[in-house]
Write a protein that binds this ligand. Structure first.
Ligand code: ASP
Length: 307
């Protein structure tokens, strides 16, 4: 059988570097799962990506906790949530999938499991993230996790198709900034932040975790593709489902990326900005996704970036 042209799709600007590494793995005949875990590691290690792994913005107590999931081509999955002190959360999620009978390991247990699996312990709070946290604490008008608006955040969701045409995905994040300690988002929840069915396609999410969980977002996209929608239609349908739950308007961001078994892709968000990275036909590009509502989410972005 002729090798299939690999495809990788991932969320946000840092997805571009993640795609590069994932595509290299695929060009060397690596599996889709190897590729997405290697891609996830790029964002996880990069301190300038303040939404994932090392350097991620902490919770309201100043503690960085990571959520991550993987789904393999064989339909198996694994995840970790609220994990402290280990950078490569997606790789730990893969170990949960491959080495245990469990679907998810959380908190202190996840860290202990990771260390047992040979992962190194590391302080995840970078100087810059600590500085932003201290600035946030000082601000009397700060956005908090106690109701109010969601902040804009850039989780890495990545879905790939390898040279055999098999699909796998990973999703990795430090979760919403300033969250309540112990809060778990959509990213490590299979069917919410990430879902892959090797016979149909895969999808991954970023944005307000509570909203994505409420509609089983990534699962819904894959099921809509199974029913005949294109990846683009399925992303938009799922976003509309979320918007409809809020009476036709939504003051928060959610973005999805999707990849179908035939290599066709889609991406969309509720508001601007949302960009995604697409590696296809040997080309890796950062693309602006279609926004369903004509709104710009920039306040919290500015807040988070300029601290
Ligand atoms: N979905 C992530 C979470 O809720 C945050 C994001 O990607 O915006 O933790």
């Amino acid at each position: 059988m002729n090798p299939i042209n690999p495809v990788v799709i991932s969320t946000w600007y840092h997805g571009e570097k993640a795609n590069e590494v994932a595509a290299r793995v695929l060009s060397e005949k690596g599996s889709a799962l190897d590729a997405v875990v290697a891609g996830a590691a790029v964002s996880e290690e990069d301190p300038d990506v303040m939404d994932v792994g090392y350097g991620g913005l902490p919770d309201e107590d100043g503690t960085v906790t990571l959520d991550a999931a993987v789904v393999g081509s064989d339909g198996r999955s694994g995840s970790v949530a609220g994990m402290e002190g280990v950078v490569h959360a997606a790789a730990v999620a893969r170990k949960v999938m491959e080495e245990t009978k469990h679907a998810m390991i959380v908190g202190e247990g996840a860290k202990r499991f990771a260390i047992k699996m040979g992962f190194e312990e590391k302080n995840l709070l970078s100087e810059e993230a600590r500085h932003r946290w201290l600035e946030w604490k000082k601000d009397p008008e700060k956005p908090t996790a106690w109701l109010g608006e969601h902040s804009l955040h850039e989780t890495l969701g990545i879905v790939a198709m390898d040279q055999s045409g098999d699909l796998a995905g990973a999703c990795t994040t430090s979760g919403e900034a300033w969250k309540i300690h112990g809060r778990v988002g959509d990213s490590p929840i299979i069917g919410a932040g990430l879902y892959v069915d090797n016979g149909v396609g895969g999808a991954a999410a970023t944005g307000a975790g509570k909203e994505i969980i409420s509609v089983c977002g990534s699962f819904l996209i894959v099921e809509k593709m199974r029913g005949g929608m294109s990846p683009q239609e399925a992303c938009e349908h799922t976003l509309r489902r979320i918007i409809d739950r809020h009476g036709g308007d939504a003051d928060f961001q959610v973005g999805f990326v999707a990849l179908r078994k035939d290599g066709e892709t889609g991406a969309a968000s509720i508001q601007r900005p949302f960009e995604f990275a697409l590696f296809k036909n040997d080309e890796n590009r950062l693309i602006k996704a279609k926004a369903i509502l004509e709104k710009q989410t920039d306040f919290y972005k500015t807040y988070l970036r300029n601290g």
